[in-house]
Design a protein around this ligand. Sequence first.
Ligand SMILES: [Ca+2]
Length: 218
Amino acid sequence: ILLFIFWFSVVPIKTLVFPTESCTSFVEMIPQKPMNLTAFTLCMRVATELSSQREIILFAYRTGNYDELNVWGELDGRATVGLSFYMAGNPVLFKVPELRALITHLCVTWDSTSGLAVLFLDGKRSLSKIYKKDHTVSPGGRVILGQDPDIYLGDFDKHQNFVGEICDVNMWDVVLPDSVIQGIFAGQREPRGNVFDWDMQLFHCPNCVMCNHKILIY
Ligand SMILES: [Ca+2]
């Protein structure tokens, strides 16, 4: 049974809660436009206590052939090494403090023309890196929160899944100015995401239970 849920901005708090390590818990986010992207800003609010224990998937956009855009909390051996994103190959890694129980506002930006990749944590900007200059993100895939698909949609590994809370996942097909990202961190609702707009987001959520303004995903 597929459960489609419309959430609109009249609902003040909308958080996805992934309570347990699981290989079934996921939410699919339906984009507003095809995801052939030569630039993007992807933001979310996220909290997890697992990042010190293992790698953890934060966002997955996969086509039949590639992980087109995956965001990870990375672990090397027993040490947290930071946050990374992958586009059809090797990652770009940012050495930042690990995610914890308190909600963190995370954004990543990338632009094909320059290859500039930047990460923001709670409005603080990272150094710039050059990553996948002239690359284009391909359309036709599926965007998943909660799991890392190793095939188009499936082959989930509970030792990589997301456990914690995610909300405010918004995406734009441009690189937003630093000042705008800092405003979004501070709670400003403009500009609306034109790839994902959390307040208008359509989800496919097969194992979800609604509870107040939270959605529990098992
Ligand atoms: Ca995997």
